[in-house]
Each structure stands twice: as C-alpha cells, then as structure tokens.
Design a protein. Sequence first.
Length: 311
Amino acid sequence: MKADTESQKSEDAGPAVGPRTALVSIIGRPSAGKSTFLNTASGEKISIVSSVPQTTRNAIRGIVNTSLGQLVFVDTPGLHLSEKKLNLRLTKIASDQIAESDAILYIIDSTREHGDEERQIALMASPFKDKLVIAINKTEDVRANAARSHKFVDEMFPDFPRERVIEISAKADHRVNDVLKALYALAPESPHLYPEEFYTDQEVDFRIAEIIREQAMNRLEQELPHAIYVRMEEIRMVSENLMRVRAVLCVERESQKGIVIGKGASMIKQIRRESMRVCRDIFPYNVDIDLQVKVDKNLRQKDAVLNKIIS
C-alpha cells in the first residue's frame, strides 16, 4: 500500500471532520500479524516479519498520513505467558503503551485456537474497549476460522460494537483500509506528531540492526529462536551513495556462534548479503555491512543488555 494510494484511503474513510491524530498501539499474540499489518498500512518496511514468535522487541513507530490526519502506530511485542525476564520486560512495554495510546488495534490470528494467552491479552485490553478496534487476521489462510474468532470476541467483549470487529488479511492488504477508518473514528482532533513525509521515526542504525536480526532469525529459527541480538559498532557515510556499517550478531553460547557462522562461513555470508539487499530497497544509498559474530553469555538475563535491545 504505497503513498500514492493514500488518497483512496481518505476517500474510503468517509466525510472529514477535521484533522485527527492518534497514537495507536497494536497488540496481539506472537505471530498474529502485527508487524505485517504495520508494514502494509504504512506502505514501507517498518517492522521485521518472521515466523519466530516475539521478534518485535521495541515499540516501533509506523506513520500513516491521509487528508483525515495522522495515525502513529506502535508495534508492541507479542504477548505470551512466561516468567522469564525478557518476556516480563516485553509485557511491561506493551502494557505501558496500551495505557498511553489514543487507540488500540487488537489483532487476532484466526488460524489458531484462542487459549489462555489470548484471554490474557483480551483481559488486558478490556478496560480500554472504548478506544479498541479488533481485527481478525489471516482470513486468506486455508486454516482460518473467523467464526471461532468472532465467538471469542463476543465472549470476552460483550456488547462490543460490531463495526469495530473487522475480518482482514494484512498479508493480502484486504480490508486494511476499513481498519484505518475505524481508528480514525476514534482519533481525537489534534495537530500531527510528525511531518507528513515521515513514515517512521526509527533511526537508521536501529533499522539496519533490525534488518540484520530479521535475516538471522528467519534462517535460524529452529536453532536460535530468541538468543540473538545485533550490536552496531560503527555507522558512517563514506560518500553520497555509500554507508559503511560494522555490526555484531551476539549469541549466548559458544556453540551458537558456530551455527550462526555456518560451514565455511556460509550462513553469516548469506545473512550479510540479504541484509544489504533489503537495505538497498529501503535507503537511497548503498549500505555495505561488515558483520561478525560474538558470544555474550546469558544475554537475556542481563539488565544492561536488555536496556540496549528493548526501548
């Protein structure tokens, strides 16, 4: 959904009431499609997309501008039941963001059963149902069971407005505009938070680090589901058309280092090559990445490391 379709979004959204601006939190279980929705709605690659649960660690902003105003989306971490330190920190980020937002988009995966994790998220959102929109996602999937998801919503949110429960496919860009319409209806009249040409407020170094992490996780999801983060060592423009980056992929154990490097350095070369390819599609200059692998023992239990990789 590129920028040249924004006028269509505005026309679909009904008569203008005046410029509106809203900070919108996206919540849902891991891999419910939150990052895919964010990337589709903003028309740009904002958040990493992976089949690995809970790949989103930071509150990532994607911005949608139309004639109605501005929606600033925050992709919160996928929530699930766990007492591990990393998971507790991720849950706190999501909880804080929900309370502070103007609107909440709750994305439900229609291909999965709705168990205890889904109930916990629904309970977290229920006090804020006046500013809530629910999207039943992945309707394009042959495993989808939208009726089951509607039944869950009816159970957890009695008397919730039906017009704010929308069946979508974020992947196929189906009815994403309808979700935007519903969110604009909840947005207060307010000046924009960002200039209209912005589609994210992420810094370049953060975006490159996320791209590297995405490429690593998509290739190593079985071996290293969460035991990895990217540390940026250096980033500099050497010419108008070239940026040089030195980055380190950090793992928890020495045995994991060999997995990331791969036989004959094949894996780390593939991660580096694909990361640079994605960067070329995003930035108006080439990005040359020098990528190394280092061990940071028990990284998920260290506050100093968590502070760096979670904001």
